[in-house]
Design a protein around this ligand. Structure first.
Ligand code: IMP
Ligand code: MG
Length: 190
């Protein structure tokens, strides 16, 4: 897919290259679900989906779980309209229910600098869940600013900005079924 976006009057060329196909993602999500089904046997985990990026992962993952799961949503923001992190984490939408005595499994799209999940986990732990684990579809370990290792991980990827399967750039591309590297190129000046 190719596109152009006006920025300051200049058309920035964007192109997409598939990094992980829908088939690769489906196979990996299957295996993650198997692992979660085993680990949470006889439990009723509360899946906490981090909006908006993780919605597609959540909906695929939860349909493969054979456990009596509950779901809730949180929205946090650490990014403006740029591809680099600001380091500031704000809770834009909090959980509907209390998590005390629940086995909480946070479902996230990607761990990048680690700032978001590091902050979120500290915040959730203060609410005294019975247990707290994190499932992230993607991880970009090269970009880490704070130590963070997800308990369940789909794919570790190199340092590229990726979109699709829920992930966006400036709210675009979330609907793509594959995970793609977004390449942006400013027009060449002569
Ligand atoms: P962190 O706090 O730097 O770990 O940022 C995590 C959040 O940044 C993720 O939940 C995503 O919303 C966003 N993010 C990081 N890398 C990417 C990317 O390559 N594509 C789209 N969103 C990203
Ligand atoms: Mg996110």
């Amino acid at each position: 897919m190719k596109g152009e976006k006006e920025e300051g009057g200049e058309a920035v060329k964007e192109s997409l290259e598939i990094l992980l196909s829908r088939e690769q993602i489906a196979a990996r999500v299957d295996r993650l679900a198997d692992q979660i089904n085993r680990d949470y046997e006889n439990k009723k985990p509360l899946l906490v989906c981090i909006l908006k990026g993780a919605v597609v992962f959540l909906s695929d993952l939860m349909r493969r779980l054979t456990l009596p799961v509950e779901i809730d949503f949180m929205a946090v923001s650490s990014y403006g309209q740029s591809t680099s992190t600001s380091g500031i984490v704000r809770i834009l939408k909090d959980l509907e229910y209390t998590v005390s005595e629940k086995d909480v499994l946070v479902v996230e799209d990607i761990v990048d600098t680690g700032l978001t999940l590091n902050y979120l986990c500290k915040n959730l732990l203060q609410r005294r869940p019975r247990s707290l684990k994190v499932a992230s579809l993607l991880d970009k370990p090269e970009r880490r600013k704070v130590d963070f290792i997800p308990d369940y991980l789909g794919f570790s990827i190199p340092d590229h900005f990726v979109v699709g399967y829920g992930l966006d750039f400036d709210e675009r591309y979330r609907h793509l079924p594959d995970i793609c590297i977004l390449k942006r190129r400013a027009p060449v000046q002569d």
